[in-house]
Design a protein around this ligand. Structure first.
Ligand code: PLP
Length: 437
């Protein structure tokens, strides 16, 4: 099948050592490409004469980083076929690359399903992984041939019986998500004392339950959560078998971060899968953050500054106002509990991106707080950070690791734009070839 052929094909990486990976822009050349893109864009903008919005915040996305994350996934979780969670960052080039790499897609709404289908991805590669679905969306999924979907309650089973009786259903079970950044289990997941009843109802309604799904919470940090969830899934597979279902797929959800904890998490998950599920059971996952977090860098313009002089202490600090904030791409601070780290991209005439790494050791530190552009006091990006240099109106800051749950949840509050340019670079020849770049 096309999907498996794509997924199984050998991929190579030119400037990245798998295994030594931290997930953070492993390659020097990647840094260089990102730096050049940032630099040429900001140097081309004259804030005193530019058109309205020309100095808006913008992203640089390294598609090579997405590609490397995929290689890292295949190396560490070979058994788990990833279905990228579109909600995390529906960037069209990212989706295109992941489609070329043979991934499946986890969609949460009609629009997401439509976006993926329009790219030419077969409906069999999509899972509508939302246990509480809109009726008209279920009809759309049925018409489009998107059969795989999750459920976790009886009402959803009646809905499915009415609208899509031949759907391939996954019973989403509750997990211990207490060690994750974004908890999902207060909203979704059937507890193990309800799964027998749900399976019996599905049997009575003659519905097709093909597997179990779980999600240990987004930004998970405790590998034991995966072990426990896999054990619970085994319990439900056995319950289903006793009722005459032939479950064939386990969906291990998302929750993986792109940092160095991935290898540990993946090792525990792989071992648990091998201990509890024989090889003929197909295993899929729904990673979002893991694939895109480190691939996007955001550059923001300093639109205003306030000097704060403390007469008692004899100190001076500055409040910097940027043209992006928590109602925009920094929505990740509110919804995703992130603390993006500001760094100076351009101060005066100097573009500092390339020297930044060593710059922080400079002893003469100046304190700043960093704010978004709206009139709301909640719109703060960093309440205190130190730079060695003076940052003024017209300068630029940048933030790394801005690919996950950022622009997808930006608003237009106060009339600011929610659509920011993305400049693409690609630090991996393999990815360039796949995309025809
Ligand atoms: N699958 C489902 C059902 C989700 O709700 C989410 C995130 O909320 C994801 C996958 C992606 O999670 P992550 O970005 O942590 O991998």
């Amino acid at each position: 099948e096309e999907y498996h052929n794509l997924f199984d094909k050998d991929l190579t990486s030119h400037d990245y050592t798998l295994g030594a990976a931290t997930g953070n822009h492993g390659a020097g050349t990647a840094k260089q490409l990102i730096g050049e893109a940032l630099k040429s864009r900001v140097e081309a903008i004259d804030q005193d004469t530019c058109d309205v919005g020309d100095e808006d915040a913008f992203f640089v996305a390294d598609l090579g980083e997405v590609y490397r994350q995929h290689l890292r996934w295949k190396k560490n979780l070979a058994r788990v076929k990833p279905h990228y969670a579109v909600k995390c960052n529906p960037d069209p080039q990212v989706l295109r690359l992941l489609a070329e790499l043979g991934l499946g897609f986890d969609c949460a709404s009609k629009n997401e399903i439509e976006t993926v289908l329009k790219m030419g991805v077969d409906a069999s590669r999509i899972i509508y992984a939302q246990p509480c679905k809109t009726k008209s969306y279920v009809r759309y999924a049925a018409q489009s041939g998107v059969k795989q979907m999750t459920f976790d309650n009886a009402d959803e089973l009646y809905k499915t019986k009415q609208l899509f009786p031949h759907a391939e259903l996954y019973l989403r079970i509750l997990t211990d998500d207490s060690a994750s950044l974004c908890r999902l289990s207060q909203k979704f997941g059937a507890s193990l004392d309800t799964t027998a009843e749900l399976l019996e109802l599905a049997k009575k309604l003659e519905l097709n339950v093909v597997g179990v799904a779980f999600h240990v919470g987004s930004g998970a940090s405790d590998p034991k959560a995966f072990l426990k969830a896999v054990q619970d899934a085994r319990f439900v597979f056995d319950q289903a078998a006793a009722l005459g279902f032939h479950m064939h797929t386990l969906d291990v959800g998302g929750g993986f971060t792109g940092d160095q904890s991935f290898e540990t998490m993946a090792a525990v998950l792989s071992a648990s899968l091998d201990a509890y599920f024989p090889p003929h059971i197909r295993v899929i996952g729904e990673p979002g953050r893991y694939y895109v977090s480190t691939a996007f860098t955001l550059a923001c313009h300093v639109i205003a500054r306030r000097t704060v002089a403390d007469a008692t202490l004899g100190t001076t600090s500055y409040m910097l106002y940027l043209n992006d904030g928590v109602y925009g791409n920094f929505s990740s601070i509110i919804f995703d509990h992130q603390n993006p780290v500001p760094r100076v991209l351009k101060s005066g005439a100097a573009v500092l991106y390339d020297v930044r790494r060593s710059g922080y050791d400079t002893p003469s530190q100046i304190e700043y707080s960093v704010w978004g552009p709206t009139c709301d006091g909640i719109d703060v990006i960093s309440s205190s950070c130190m730079f060695p240099e003076i940052v003024d109106v017209g300068d630029w800051l940048y933030f790394e690791d801005m690919g996950a749950y950022t622009k997808c949840s930006a608003t237009r509050f106060n009339g600011f734009t929610d659509s920011h340019d993305v400049l693409y670079v690609c630090s991996e020849p393999g990815a360039r070839a796949l995309l025809g770049l």
